[in-house]
Write a protein that binds this ligand. Sequence first.
Ligand SMILES: [Zn+2]
Ligand SMILES: [Zn+2]
Length: 257
Amino acid sequence: MKITFLGTGTGIPQDGRVQSGLLMDTGDSLLLFDCGCGVLGRIYESRHDHRDIDAIIITHLHLDHVGDILALLKANWLVGRTEMRIYGPQGIKEWYTKTMEVYDYLKDRFFVDITELSPGEEFIPEGTDGKCNCTIRTAKTTHTEESLAYRVKSNNKIVVYTGDTEPCEEVMELAEDADVLIHECSFPLGFPMTNHTTPDMLTLMMEEHPLTSKELYLTHLYPQMQGHYREAVHHISKYYKGKVVVAKDLMSVETED
Ligand SMILES: [Zn+2]
Ligand SMILES: [Zn+2]
């Protein structure tokens, strides 16, 4: 499975990091996880074609995770693709309906099929050519009432993406024996914060629930994290023997055999 980080930033602009988004290419299917502002441009810059995305899968409805969904649908429509599947947490149908209400000229241009998910569900996403070759399991995260993390299994490779969260048991269990865990790390060591992650909050959780994924990628980095990347990797490496990497926009990762 190939992962391409599109946006590793947050709601505050900074050099080199747009808002949340990443692509998972399973070989047969191309899945977009989160679609914050700037992600549509990054899809193009990563040399992917936005028409090739089989499904959009959303962790939660904060604007830095959904801000470019309409822009992506419009870009598809402009070049002749009018259908899309979207998966996301409870409330995403209402979000879509209400957001589209103000764009009269776009109404009835797209055919969007939206599936609302709950924690603990397993599903096979539908793509443009039928079912995708992966199964996805959801878990609750500690962020919003409905926010979800995803465990994607394809060709015996497992990738877990947390979206936004405080470190929590549900995510550690979801990441059990994963090849790659993509965990948010919004703020630096010692930063007082709830509903997001700092390196020390993550390692405190690891002490109770050892992380068994092979690799860990840190994303969703606030500007306050600048200058603290090495410190984060160094701190986490004291508690975790796998590879720890601070993700960058347009970085690509292949799950290792
Ligand atoms: Zn959020
Ligand atoms: Zn966020």
